[in-house]
Design a protein. Sequence first.
Length: 214
Amino acid sequence: MARHLKENWAGDHGERARLMMRNVPRFGSGGSLADEWALRLSRTFTDAVAGKPTPDGFRMVPGLFSWAKVIAFGQRLGATPNGRRAGEPVSHGPNPEPGFNGGGPGTPTQMVAAVAAVQPGYGNTAPLQLDVDPGVAGTALGVSQAEALVRGHFQMGGTLVNLNVLNKETILEAAKNPEKHPDLIVRVTGFSAYFASLSDDMRQYVADRLVQGE
């Protein structure tokens, strides 16, 4: 694994190994070794930050979020064991990445439970990014299911939900021709923005996140 990461999955059998790692249960699948490590790491980080005051004696408040730095962070980070190549964006805050359920998209229930489990507490947040197709509003069942996801997340300890209600076709068309969608607003992370006003890289990232996570 160390060799594959150093070679950015490009050496002998590198792509085969990368695909294997993309198709194992990862954080978010529930009950996996990755889920256990995510909980362990979040608790270790939280305790370390909360337990060490600043030089002036103030208490630090831990949080788990990437804000809008998923692309910038990824550009500085080498290849990672989840099959991500060097330079590619990192996952959105504490959210499981697309394909986390053994190569499958996973379920919204798995995602909301995973993010709730790693909350740092202490008044800060590990936000859940939830992207919903507008079709859910077409039936009473769809609305109740979406409501159950959000309520369930908070009941499990969640603190913040960033919600998009967009369909695949709209976001793909807007990514291709942003000037034709000047009024399209998306929830990027802890803020909303006109999709056309985002940088090319950020527009592509938001589109990929919505499409791959559906």
